[in-house]
Design a protein around this ligand. Structure first.
Ligand code: MEV
Length: 313
């Protein structure tokens, strides 16, 4: 049997904008999706035992099958290779946490082990990028890169299809965060296409917002590296506002962001594709982290308490 894992992630700056070649900042979190793969006898048999938001597995089922077929093709294998696949791990199947990319990396690693392909991380990342196309249509590559390598990183897609810019960001110590889940499953592909359409139709509105998002990522990196967490939080709030303007937030996401800020979070924003899914609150120290968690619980939302800057790259 082959085994593999992939990290979940939060995007601190730049989701959606990264698809268009602007920079983003992503951190892996210390929750993983794990996979086990055995050669099978009949088609793809998938046992998905992840904890998920209601309806997640059903909503993603067809995309999941397409993603595995894409992976097999990228490995130069028959797309119909019979495989028995188990998926589990500590990363919940909530939209926005890179669960699809984490599962693709985990499955690719497990297939590589089971079939003795000995694939490098670079190859696993490239295969997971192909798989991401099933979930995101035109992915930037930020999710699969974080899922493969872990760590806190600066990411900039190469629009010409060559090497992306991936740079490690150094911080003094890991920072506590709270991830709040709206419980709503989101379709990343539809969200990415929606932004691209609106940008095309209304450049007068969207071009300045894209420029602001780029400036925020640059300032966010500086603030993270210099340890100015208040500034990081302010910039995250600003990033959330821009994401609202490009039409990817939701009532529940705004409510979670609001609750987090009222409880002393340094800053909060939606994370990932939006339209449901998750948000992230920057909550340095156990005390503020606990307060935000308490308020999310009180309002009936699921959450994940974790830290950024812990996993290695
Ligand atoms: C999804 O986690 C992030 C998006 O920017 C899509 C992508 O970059 O592939 C919405």
């Amino acid at each position: 049997m082959g085994k593999g894992s992939g990290y979940g992630k939060v995007i601190l700056f730049g989701e959606h904008f990264v698809v268009h070649g602007l920079p983003g900042i992503v951190s892996a979190i210390d929750s993983t999706t794990d996979a086990e793969v055995k050669k099978g006898v009949k088609g793809l048999q998938i046992k998905d035992e992840r904890k998920t938001a209601k309806g997640y597995s059903e909503e993603k089922r067809l995309q999941q099958i397409e993603s595995i077929e894409r992976m097999l093709k990228a490995m130069n294998l028959d797309a119909k290779t019979p495989l028995d696949i188990w998926i589990g791990g500590s990363l919940p199947g909530f939209s926005g946490l890179g669960a699809s990319a984490a599962s693709s990396v985990a499955i690719a690693r497990a297939i590589s082990e089971e079939l003795s392909l000995n694939l490098s991380n670079e190859k696993i990342n490239a295969i997971a990028y192909e798989a991401e196309k099933a979930y995101a249509g035109n992915p930037s590559g930020i999710d699969n890169t974080a899922a493969t390598y872990g760590g806190l990183m600066w990411f900039k897609k190469n629009p010409a299809g060559g090497q992306d810019v991936v740079e490690k960001i150094h911080i003094r110590k890991p920072i506590e965060i709270v991830i709040g889940s709206t419980g709503k499953v989101a379709n990343t592909k539809a969200m990415v296409e929606g932004v691209a359409d609106r940008k095309k139709k209304n450049p007068a509105k969207y071009d300045p917002l894209f420029k602001q998002a780029e400036n925020l990522a640059v300032a966010g990196r500086k603030a993270l590296e210099s340890g100015d967490l208040k500034k990081v939080g302010d910039l995250m709030n600003e990033n959330h506002r821009i994401l609202q303007e490009i039409g990817v937030s939701s009532k529940e996401l705004d409510q979670l962001v609001d609750i987090a800020c009222k409880q002393g979070s340094f800053g909060a924003k939606l994370t990932g594709g939006g339209g449901g899914g998750c948000m992230v609150a920057l909550t340095p120290g156990k005390e503020v982290q606990g307060k935000v968690v308490g308020a999310f619980k009180g309002a009936g939302y699921e959450y994940l308490m974790t830290r950024i800057g812990v996993t290695t790259y």
